[in-house]
Design a protein. Structure first.
Length: 156
């Protein structure tokens, strides 16, 4: 709780509320910290990586980046994220191939995959879903669209 909030509460004379909030803060501090959900971002564009990582941090998620499909498959196996955000146009191995490889691996086959791609032509969404992606979001997308897609796949 910030200083301004404390001063405001004292100024309004709501001392009982201040005491309740202080007790709540003590209880929250004593509670074990919650583990952040882990998201693997497989994306090769540095500007997009920067924007999406900031969004994920703002939304309260931990993230790791892979900059090509091959590295993405390897990190999915070693990092075992709660969710994968997958670009489709990637070097070394495209996102469709990477999604298929992730689905074939027993360790990673149940990890939800969100295709996040600029490919928005008719049939592109279906190709992503056939390759093993669980959902699809077309770039550019809004903060709300990304958050909603993640929460849906993580069942939050």
């Amino acid at each position: 709780m910030g200083e301004g909030t404390i001063r405001y509460l004292l100024f309004t004379g709501e001392r009982w509320l201040l005491a309740a909030l202080l007790c709540y803060n003590i209880a929250v501090e004593l509670k074990e910290p919650e583990m952040k959900k882990k998201i693997l971002l497989i994306e090769d564009n540095p500007a997009t990586i920067d924007v999406i990582q900031k969004e994920l941090e703002f939304l309260g998620y931990e993230s790791v980046v892979a900059e090509d499909g091959k590295e993405g498959v390897e990190k999915a196996t070693s990092y075992l994220p709660d969710l994968i955000i997958m670009d489709i146009s990637l070097p070394k191995m495209d996102g469709l191939e990477a999604s298929t490889a992730i689905r074939k691996n027993l360790k990673t086959q149940t990890i939800p995959i969100l295709a996040a791609t600029a490919r928005a032509l008719p049939g592109d969404k279906e190709k992503c879903l056939q390759a093993g992606c669980d959902d699809y979001i077309a770039k550019p997308f809004t903060h709300r669209e990304l958050g909603a897609a993640i929460k849906k796949l993580l069942k939050e």
